[in-house]
Each structure stands twice: as C-alpha cells, then as structure tokens.
Ligand binder design. Structure first.
Ligand SMILES: *[C@@H]1O[C@H](CO)[C@@H](O)[C@H](O)[C@H]1NC(C)=O
Ligand SMILES: *[C@@H]1O[C@H](CO)[C@@H](O)[C@H](O)[C@H]1NC(C)=O
Ligand SMILES: *[C@@H]1O[C@H](CO)[C@@H](O)[C@H](O)[C@H]1NC(C)=O
Ligand SMILES: *[C@@H]1O[C@H](CO)[C@@H](O)[C@H](O)[C@H]1NC(C)=O
Ligand SMILES: *[C@@H]1O[C@H](CO)[C@@H](O)[C@H](O)[C@H]1NC(C)=O
Ligand SMILES: *[C@@H]1O[C@H](CO)[C@@H](O)[C@H](O)[C@H]1NC(C)=O
Length: 917
C-alpha cells in the first residue's frame, strides 16, 4: 500500500471521491489551507445532480470522441452521435450502483482518507460486484477550490554541467550537458504575466479554450486576444498533417530503430522548421507511449517498448522540434497503450511502474524544455487522464516541475473541474465536435464567478500557455498560418508554401539507418551485381490510388511507409522499392534484368517469377493505426500478429522456387515470422519498419551495401503471440469502463521474456551488420565532481535513502548528472566499414525487484573502418541506478551489488562489470 507524504495525501483526499448518485451524495470534507499546493481548500462538498449529469454526458460523449482529428472521421463521428444511445441518468445510476460497496463504505467524512484507501475501495468494489472488466469513474465533487501556483524548482545554472539553455541553443545531440531551461521559462513566464495583467476573466478563459472543431484553419486553434495572435495547433509526430509541400518523415518507430541520437535530433529539427514554415505554433508530437501491447494500433508513432530508448528519442526530438521554432507537445499522457476502448478504459498502474516505465519519457521531454503535454483519452485508476490530479498536478507539474501547459487530446476533456486537476487547455474546445458548447469558455467563467474555481488558477492556465509562446520566441517574425487543414485545395486559404528544403536527405538516412538486418546467411547481402532480380509482393509497388489515396492513410495497398490515423501527413511523393531497385540495378550494371509480381494472392505466379532469378526480393507488411478507421477488420489495434495480405504463403511459395529469397518487412511493430524464418532458402531478412517518402531509396542503400545496416529492434519479436506478457484487452460494452490492470508491472517487452526465461525469435536491441565487432577493455570509474552543492543529497542517496519529495525533485541536477563512467573499445573485425550500436544494460541487485536487465545506455559508434578500434564511453547517473520507492515517494538506490553488461543486444553481452556505488 502506498503511503504518501502528508502534503500529497491531503491533496489526494481532497481531490478524489467516488462519484455517488444524486440521491445519496457522498460527502467529502477535507482541507488543508496549509498545503502550498494547487488546490488549497474544499469544503463539505457534495455531488450534485448537475455534476452527475455532466458525468453522464461525458461518458457517452467519450464513446464517439475521435482522435486528434480527421476530416474523414467527422462525418462518421457526427453520425454516431445520432445513433449513439446516450446513457440516461437511470442507466448511469445503475452503473454506479454496481459500486455501492464503495459509496456506502466511504466514510462520511473522508478527511483522513488517502489515495491508497480510495483506490483500494474502488478496485475492491469492481472486483466484488461486477465482471472483472468493469469499473466506475471517479470524478471531482463540486466544491470551492483555491489555488496556489506550483513552486518553481529552484536550481541555478552551472556552466559546463547545467548550462542555462533556451530552445534556440540546445546542447549538441548526445551531449552530457544537462540543459537548464529554468531561466528561459522564468523570463517567458514573466512576459506572459505582463501580457495578461490587464486582461478580463473572459480573455484569460479564451486562451485556455479552443475555438471549437473546424473553427479555424488548424486542427486546433486558440483565438487571438488583444494583440496576442492566438495559436495554431497541428498534427502529427512525423510531419505537418493536412497540407502540401511538406516532407513525409519516417515514423517514430523507424527513427527509434536507428538508436542514433544525431538522427533523432536531425529529424526533430527538420520537422520543427516545416511546422514553423507553415505557421504552426504547436506541433502535436512526439508521441511517447510505450508499446506495452505488441498489437497497439499507434505504437508505430512512438519509439518502441523500452522507456530509456523512448526517453532518449523523445528528448532529442523535443530539442530538435523546438530548435526549429515550434512548440513540441509530449503525448499521450499517460497509459494510452491500446486503441480498443481507449476513451472508456481505465489503465490501473502501480506507482512504481508508472514512474519507472510510463512517466520516464515525459520526464525526459520536460528536461528538454517541452512547451506542452497532451493528456490522453483513457482513465488512470478510474479517473480520466485529463482530470487526474495525481498525474497532472502531482506528477507532472510538481514532481517533474513542468512549467508549460497541458492540453486535452481532442475530445478527451470531460468536465469544467478538470481545471482544478491540472488541465490548462481544452482541445478542440467544444464538448463534442462542432457542438458549440464547452467545458471551458462560458462554463469556466461561471465556475470562477461563483467561487468554484479560483481566478488565480485561470491566470495560471493563461500564463502557462502564453509563456510557452514566449519560450519559443514566437512573437519574433513568426510566419502566418498559410494552409487550411480542412480544405487543402481552397485557393483563398492555402498559399502552398514549400517547406521541404533538403529534408528528403534525412528521411533517406533514417530509412536506411533504421533498417534492421535480422538474418543474412551465405553472404546473401549486400547484393553483388546480380544479373537478374525478381521483385515480389504488393508491398514493393505503388498503391492503386497513389500515395494519399486513402484518407489518413487508412488502407494497406502498395508499399507501406506510414501507419494510419491522425499521426500521418500527405506524401509529397513516395519512392517505391520497385522503382528504386530498377534504377539502382541499372546503375550497377546496365542491362540487369528486373522482373516483378505484385499480387500476393497468386502465389504460383510469384513463384514462377522468382524461378531461376539470381535473387528474389519479397516485400511484405503489417499495418495498424488509430481506432476511428478500420482496415481489413483491424480497428486501430492489429487483430493478430501475422503479416498481412497472404504474406506468409507468398514468402513460402517464393522460397520454394528460389534458394536466394530475401524478405523485406515494412511493419508497424513486431510480427510472428515463424512459418519461414528458418527456411534455408530465405537467406536474408530486413525489418524496414515505416520509412516515409524515400522508402525505396533507403532500402536500396542497404540492399546494395551503400549503407552498412546498423539498425536495432526497438521491441522483441516473439515466437508466439502468447509469449508477450501484456496482452490487448478486448470486449466491453457501450457504457462500461473497461479495466486494464497493468499486472505485469515493470515486465513489458524484453523484461518479460528475460524474467520468465522465454526465448524470443529476435530480442530487443538485436540487429546484424555486414561487418563484425569485438568488444574489449572495460573500465568503470566514478566521475569526480567539483561543486559540492548537493553533497548531502548525494551522500544520502549513496546510503540508500530515498530522495526527498520536492518540487522538481525528479528532475533535480544531482540525480541526473553523470556520476559513473564506463569505457570500452569497439573494434571492427570484419572487412567493410560499419556502425555499431553499443548497449549498456544494468542488472540491479537481486532484492531490488527489477527485471534481470534494463537498458541504461547506448552509443552509436559510426563508420568504424575495418581493423579500426574506437573508445566508447557511456555515463550513468544516480537516477539510472535508482528505483522509485512508492512508500517514501522518492528515487533511491537499492542495497546490493550493481552489475552491468555491455554488448550488442539485450541478450548478446560481450563485457561485464560492477558499478562502484
Ligand atoms: C493508481 O493506483 C495504484 C494502486 O493503488 C497506485 O500505486 C498509483 O499511484 C495510482 N496512480 C494514480 C495515477 O493514481
Ligand atoms: C456548460 O457545460 C454543460 C455541461 O455541464 C453543457 O451542457 C453546456 O452546454 C455548457 N455551456 C456552454 C455555454 O458551453
Ligand atoms: C457554479 O456554477 C456552475 C456552472 O453554472 C454550476 O454547475 C455550479 O453548481 C455552481 N456552483 C455553486 C456552488 O453554485
Ligand atoms: C495490393 O493490395 C491491395 C489490398 O489488398 C489491393 O487493393 C491491390 O489491388 C493490391 N495490388 C496488387 C497489384 O495486387
Ligand atoms: C491477420 O490480419 C491480417 C490483416 O487483417 C490478415 O491479412 C491476416 O490474414 C490475419 N491472419 C490470420 C492468421 O488470420
Ligand atoms: C529451396 O529451393 C530449392 C530450389 O532451388 C527447392 O528445391 C527446395 O525445395 C527449396 N526449399 C524449401 C524449404 O523451400
């Protein structure tokens, strides 16, 4: 059971109460005028009929809320409004009465109730009264909520260690400098305070309220106030959505597969410049959910299934985007790990798992100075993520010290009181799309006027939003919005500004660096001037409808270069593998014969085409996306883990006819490849993920060896779907809240395989090269530290004490500065130059409760010549060696010996050592 600090438990008691029905309103009395927190008072509050009915409409609204928007989905979501049977008050009451155990056993005066007992109550209630998949939403009672702004973490810059940093002057990629955005935020907040000082309540509320769906030219719009021009918010994590003359970048998952911080940054910077060039103020990315479920529909938008890798990618992407001038948005906060029932599922996650796995990439984003965070559709512990005091106020704004603003995902906002729980901006602003009503707007004003919400909280909301605008210097010659997301061909509102520059180069580089070579026998690759090549598979060629023929890329037709949903862009063009192979083959040796067969169903035709060719290149794929589009029965999440469009029989047919069959997989995530992976005629396999517009050129670079592959899997490829620990939860009905208990705790992806001795097909971190590397000369040392400012904290940590809870405690310099240095040599023992991705895994002491190995460092060692040796160094911080102590609410070093391994995957360890802690 979790014991919180007195301050936090007072807050929790204050903010969480089980939603009771109108007749038997639960009464909660709590108060702490002494708490220097976001909410400082509440009196004898009771759930009223009006609050109840707003809860009811939010539940039903959530079942048709679409995502961060889609033109295609508008019609369908609007028509589903009509067909949706709104839950009535009586049906809601009966849902609530399913948890009468909770209501009736809740003390009349809950002032001493803490978060732990409340959550126990609610989970006990659902366990004892209903099917295990249901639970009941918890909401805030109508009360009078004061507000005291969050203390700003106190930390002074230290040149050379913790430099004062602004978005325009980030440290170089992979630098061990820890940027201190504190002074830049302080300046930005002070300008924002000045800006809003004379504004009326309505004007400040307006800054927090989107203008409503399709009320402006971007997917999200904040109206101008006085001389402040308002904001344009636009998808997506891989480029500017709904406009032309932009670059279609590789997806997050492909980028993560490079394990290269320089490329994470380069992609972020190029995208940031494109968003700015189009006049977008806020880019809705990066996406950093964890890939907990192999089938998760939106996993490809993110960076894989390890928090450290995801954290590094999020950090560099945010630094890049914001260096390009646009505000980044870390999303989806938090525990939005599957598409099925995403607006009606409660992710129930223990505090330690939350901190060590799911929160980590958001913390890294805050360390990168991220301007905004998007709260997600789902509930966390039965409370919607966009009105969750624990995740928004306590974890994000207090513990991590986030100084920007939280916006809702599109339609993920469910009450006016969300303001009290930490939601700063309502997106797109209306309660349901195009309803012209809002939880904020006039409602927020009314709640302030009658004393429910403190005006100082609205000041804080507006200040945070406008501070982010100044943090990015968006008052300096920022371009006007020059496109119309809702009508891309309207001459009046589209200037067709070309923002692509030479960004195709970084697309191609990530495409080849993100290709993972999984198998390569008998020197099948690189190709050595084959005289005849068969190119096989639907995935090698163009779509019948062109690159943008399916709305939001919701179709798997032709080569797959991004998934579907709001996380997409228009392709400016899409180079297919077939085109690029023909061009490269002719460049290689004019007259090289290239034949092809694009039908996956006529496997006899494919086999005949492959027969007697020097090499058969088979292209296959697996797709997924966001839940508002269903493709081939896949409602966002994949319905299975096999490859699509008859891929397995196609590969087997080709392999039966050609002993040199090379398979290229364009996939959104892991897939089961057991039917053919051991087939001796399948001589090579490349996992090419989702490469963006330069797909064909990028794969050709790897096939011909112009680029020596160095990509590594950012997730595990299992032998069977059942081998994955956490599984997709399906089922649920219209009104229920689906319960998803994260019972696997820390054991997602490879951690589960390692903990349970399950042999994967290809482990996390795996990837081959055209050369080989040896490792030697391991050396570990502590890093001497000149300044003594945190000596006491460091000594307490060394003795095993949990770090004290403090504002910004989780991002404190002493916790994150490099404390230990590991060095070793990597030598190229093969015959061609290549890049090695050296990985460091910590093995925590036995009693620490950690999985056997956890990634805590990686370094790309680029372009090592044959015979050449390079010294690599990786540093570890105290944070890297800590676990979250849920009782003490602090990071601490567990007792015992810290061993670690350095190697080339999560299972191929080459050097072992002990950290001198
Ligand atoms: C959810 O409940 C678990 C179990 O009580 C607790 O450890 C965790 O901190 C809670 N998380 C949130 C966000 O409330
Ligand atoms: C205020 O919120 C209620 C839901 O509680 C909604 O029905 C109403 O339309 C909102 N008012 C405005 C002016 O948006
Ligand atoms: C304050 O106003 C809101 C919106 O009109 C209403 O729902 C709420 O009940 C009011 N609170 C009080 C204490 O009157
Ligand atoms: C590729 O697959 C899609 C989806 O099954 C199909 O519509 C298209 O016709 C196929 N193309 C070819 C050339 O077989
Ligand atoms: C899995 O789903 C894909 C995509 O819908 C489909 O092509 C494939 O046939 C399915 N596999 C199995 C074994 O049902
Ligand atoms: C491998 O290819 C040869 C033809 O070259 C064929 O005879 C053999 O059956 C194939 N093996 C498999 C397992 O498909």
């Amino acid at each position: 059971m979790v014991v919180l600090s007195p301050r936090l438990s007072a807050l929790c008691a204050l903010l969480l109460t089980v939603c009771a029905n109108a007749q038997s309103a639960s009464t909660v009395t709590a108060l702490s005028s002494s708490a220097p927190a976001s909410v400082s008072s509440a009196v004898s509050a009771s759930s009223t009929a009006s609050e109840l009915s707003s809860t009811v409409s939010s539940v039903s609204a959530s079942s048709f809320a679409t995502s961060e928007t889609s033109v295609a989905s508008i019609t369908s979501s609007l028509s589903s409004v009509a067909s949706e049977s709104f839950s009535t008050l009586s049906s809601f009451s009966s849902a609530v009465s399913g948890s009468t155990a909770a209501s009736s056993s809740l003390p009349a005066s809950a002032s001493s109730t803490d978060i732990a007992s409340l959550s126990t109550l609610s989970s006990a209630a659902s366990a004892s009264t209903g099917p295990p998949l249901e639970s009941t939403q918890i909401t805030l009672p109508i009360s009078s909520y004061g507000f005291t702004s969050f203390p700003v973490p106190s930390a002074s810059p230290i040149p050379g260690v913790f430099p004062s940093t602004a978005p325009k002057s980030p440290p170089p990629p992979g630098s061990s400098l820890i940027p201190d955005f504190g002074p830049a935020w302080a300046r930005a907040h002070s300008r924002a305070r000045q800006q809003i000082s004379g504004w009326s309540l309505e004007q400040k509320v307006s800054v927090a309220t989107g203008v409503g769906w399709m009320g402006g030219r971007c997917v999200g719009n904040i109206a101008p106030v006085a001389d402040w021009p308002g904001l344009c918010l636009e998808d997506s994590p891989l480029g500017v959505r709904f406009t032309d003359f932009v670059t279609a970048f590789p997806a997050g998952i492909t980028t993560a597969s490079t394990w290269r911080r320089d490329l994470f940054r380069a992609r972020g910077l190029a995208m940031g410049r494109e968003f700015k060039g189009k006049g977008v103020h806020v880019a809705l990315g990066p996406m950093m959910n964890m890939g907990r479920i192999a089938q998760g529909g939106r996993n490809w938008e993110g960076f894989g299934a390890d928090p450290f890798l995801t954290g590094e990618a999020a950090y560099e992407t945010v630094l890049g985007l914001q260096n390009g001038g646009v505000q980044a948005c870390a999303k989806h906060y938090i525990n939005n790990e599957q598409e099925h029932f995403r607006t009606q599922e409660s992710s129930n996650v223990d505090d330690r798992t939350e901190h060590e796995i799911y929160l980590h990439p958001f913390m890294r984003s805050v360390q990168a100075g991220v301007a905004s965070v998007m709260c997600s559709y789902n509930l966390v512990n039965d409370t919607y993520a966009c009105q969750n005091d624990r995740t928004l106020n306590q974890l994000l704004k207090d513990e991590i010290g986030f100084q920007g603003y939280v916006m809702s995902d599109w339609g993920a906002h469910h009450s006016t009181l969300a303001a009290v729980a930490g939601l700063d901006m309502s997106m797109p602003g209306d309660i349901t799309f195009s309803s012209h009503t809002s939880w904020y707007g006039a409602n927020l004003t009314a709640y302030v006027e009658n004393g429910t919400i403190a005006e100082s909280r609205v000041d804080d909301m507006a200040e945070r939003i406008i501070a982010a605008y100044y943090l990015l210097e968006q008052d300096q010659n920022y371009p006007e919005v020059s496109f119309n997301a809702f009508d891309m061909t309207d001459p009046a509102t589209n200037a067709h500004v070309d923002v692509q520059a030479d960004h195709y180069k970084v697309v191609r580089e990530i495409g080849s660096a993100g290709a993972v070579l999984l198998k390569n026998v008998a020197g099948a690759l690189p190709l050595k001037t084959p005289r005849s090549i068969a190119v096989i598979g639907n995935d090698s060629g163009p779509s019948t409808r062109g690159p943008n023929g399916y709305s939001d890329r919701g179709g798997d037709d032709g080569t797959l270069a991004m998934g579907w949903g709001s996380g997409t862009t228009q392709f400016p063009y899409l180079v297919t593998p077939l085109e690029a192979i023909q061009a490269r083959a002719q460049q290689d040796a004019p007259g090289t014969q290239v034949s092809w067969w694009l039908s996956n169903w006529d496997t006899a035709g494919a086999a005949a085409t492959a027969f007697q060719q020097d090499v058969a290149l088979v292209f296959v794929n697996a797709d997924s996306g966001e839940d508002y589009i269903t493709v081939d029965g896949n409602e966002g999440d994949r319905k299975n883990l096999t490859l699509w469009i008859n891929a397995d029989p196609l590969i087997e047919a080709v392999a039966s006819a050609n002993p040199n069959t090379v398979v290229v997989v364009h996939s959104v995530g892991p897939a089961i490849i057991e039917p053919w992976i051991e087939n001796p005629n399948v001589t090579a396999v490349i996992w090419a993920s989702l490469p963006g517009q330069e797909s064909g050129n990028a794969i050709v670079d790897v096939l011909w060896g112009d680029v020596n592959p160095s990509g590594r899997l950012p997730y595990t490829i299992a032998k069977s779907p059942a081998d994955y620990g956490a599984q997709l939860i399906t089922g649920g009905t219209g009104d229920e809240i689906l319960r998803i208990d994260y019972t696997e705790g820390l054991n997602i992806d490879y951690r589960h395989f390692d903990s349970n001795n399950i042999e994967p097909r290809f482990e996390f971190g795996f990837g081959l090269s055209y050369t080989t590397f040896s490792y030697s000369g391991l050396h570990v040392s502590t890093i001497p530290q000149a300044d003594r400012t945190s000596a006491a904290l460091e000594a307490a940590w060394a003795s095993g004490k949990a770090a004290p809870a403090a504002a910004g405690g989780s991002t404190a310099l002493w916790l994150h500065r490099p404390a230990f240095k590991v060095t070793f040599q990597v030598r190229n023992t093969g015959h061609v130059a290549g890049t090695e991705i050296a990985q460091l895994y910590v093995h925590f002491p036995a009693g620490a409760g950690e999985p056997p190995s956890v990634l805590r460092g990686f370094e790309d060692v680029q372009d090592v010549r044959p015979g050449e040796s390079r010294t690599v160094s990786i540093t570890l911080s105290r944070y890297d060696l800590s676990v979250w102590d849920a009782e003490a609410q602090g990071w601490k070093k567990p007792a015992g010996k810290f061993e670690f391994s350095v190697g080339t995957s999560s299972r191929d360890f080459r050097l072992k050592g002990t950290i001198p802690v």
